[in-house]
Design a protein. Structure first.
Ligand code: MG
Length: 211
């Protein structure tokens, strides 16, 4: 095994301080996958929220000589709306009467010195997929966790991964008692498609290499 690439310590501190739902081990794995995949094409992250994973992925893509494209409508997923389990009142824009995580993402990208190598696409995943038509080094799916949202992300993005590139999916739970089943359902679809080879998992992060 080659020695692991060391992520920039200042950026790591930014990631640690950022709001979000990603273990550090998962983040560092994403960083490595992005770095290895970046020479094949841009790296896309679906579901950036406040930018915690964007720091890991974006610094990895940059270390590999590439760029990150952050895709998020920034109005929160189904679990982040007022009254839901993952609602954060700090992110509620009273004037819009809606969630807004974009301001936090910009703050995070600036703090991690990623503004020059990261493209922020404020859009729904399916709409973004319609305009991002180049082969991608990596796609990281961590958007809406309803079956419909996860299925859309898989159907619209998985086929864009270049041969040798990586499809990563967050929040895999084999046991339905541990968590929602939409992410693992699309992960299983990807395996069953025969287009991808399974790589080791890190926590709830799955990774597949496009054959
Ligand atoms: Mg997640």
């Amino acid at each position: 095994m080659p020695p692991a690439h060391r992520m920039d310590p200042a950026a790591l501190e930014v990631a640690r301080a950022c709001k979000g739902f990603l273990d550090e081990a998962e983040g560092l794995r994403l960083h490595d996958l992005a770095r290895q995949s970046a020479p094949l094409g841009p790296v896309v992250e679906i579901g950036s929220y406040c930018g915690k994973s964007s720091v890991y992925v974006g610094t990895g893509a940059r270390a590999g000589g590439g760029r990150l494209i952050c895709v998020d409508h920034h109005r929160g997923n189904e679990e982040q709306q007022p009254g839901e389990a993952y609602h954060d009142p700090d992110l509620f824009d009273a004037e819009a009467g809606a969630m807004d995580s974009l301001r936090h993402l910009r703050h995070t990208l600036r703090a991690a010195d990623l503004e020059d190598t990261t493209l922020v696409l404020v859009a729904r995943s399916a709409d973004a997929a319609g305009v991002v038509t180049v082969p991608l080094g990596m796609v990281f799916i961590d958007g809406g966790h309803s079956f419909e949202a996860a299925q859309t992300d898989y159907q619209r993005w998985a086929g864009k991964v270049a041969p040798g590139g990586v499809l990563a999916i967050h929040d895999l739970f084999d046991d339905p008692n541990e968590g929602g089943q939409a992410p693992i359902t699309i992960y299983r679809h990807a395996v069953a498609s025969g287009l991808f080879e399974e790589l080791p998992r890190t926590g709830t992060l799955g990774a597949l290499r496009r054959r």
